[in-house]
Design a protein around this ligand. Sequence first.
Ligand code: HEC
Ligand code: HEC
Length: 157
Amino acid sequence: MNKTIKLTITAVAACFAALAFAADGAKSIRGIDVAAPDPVADMKSYVGKRPGTQAPVVRTFSTQPPVIPHAVENFDEINLEGNQCLDCHGAANYEKKKAPKIGDSHFVDREGKKHEEAAAGRHNCVACHVPQVDAPPLVENAFKGDEPAKKAAAKKN
Ligand code: HEC
Ligand code: HEC
């Protein structure tokens, strides 16, 4: 059998399987019918008080970008002219502002060159670091990050 025929058969089989699944009234993991459009979630405002008053949120794995524990609403948009995140977290100001310094990795650009401040590729902080909302999990979730486990293991030894 050539590749195209094989692919066609697979695609047709997948369609039938999907139809049978839907006809069965199968529920999605969110508890609504699979064919029903996803309801738009409520807009939630970010939680967290002003920087300097919040405890860091435990990381779930070592290379996770830590989430932003503090409020972000009153900051200006990150753009070419300015980045208020760096006004507190950058190498020049973090001590004065009593803020955690940006990660060591942030000073190195993709060519491996080291910079005095965050490399341009890190400028849009919120592409990786996210503020928090108070939202109940959509589905029950027993995931436990490895960081608390590692800490507990380290204590035992
Ligand atoms: C006014 C100073 C200030 C500004 C502006 C600020 N931060 Fe912070 N940030 C802090 C301080 C201080 C902490 C330590 C937690 C606390 O005390 O609230 C922190 C904590 C964090 C952490 C957690 C670090 C960890 O190890 O868990 C992240 C991530 C972070 N900020 C990202 C940002 C981003 C992204 C922005 C811009 C949208 C920003 N911050 C703007 C002061 C600031
Ligand atoms: C491409 C994704 C990415 C971008 C963009 C980014 N970060 Fe990070 N950040 C990470 C990751 C991953 C870590 C944890 C590992 C590390 O330090 O590299 C981290 C760690 C941090 C930490 C904690 C450092 C520590 O030593 O515990 C702070 C504070 C931080 N980032 C702030 C910022 C700020 C401010 C910006 C914007 C100027 C920014 N980051 C941009 C991914 C990113």
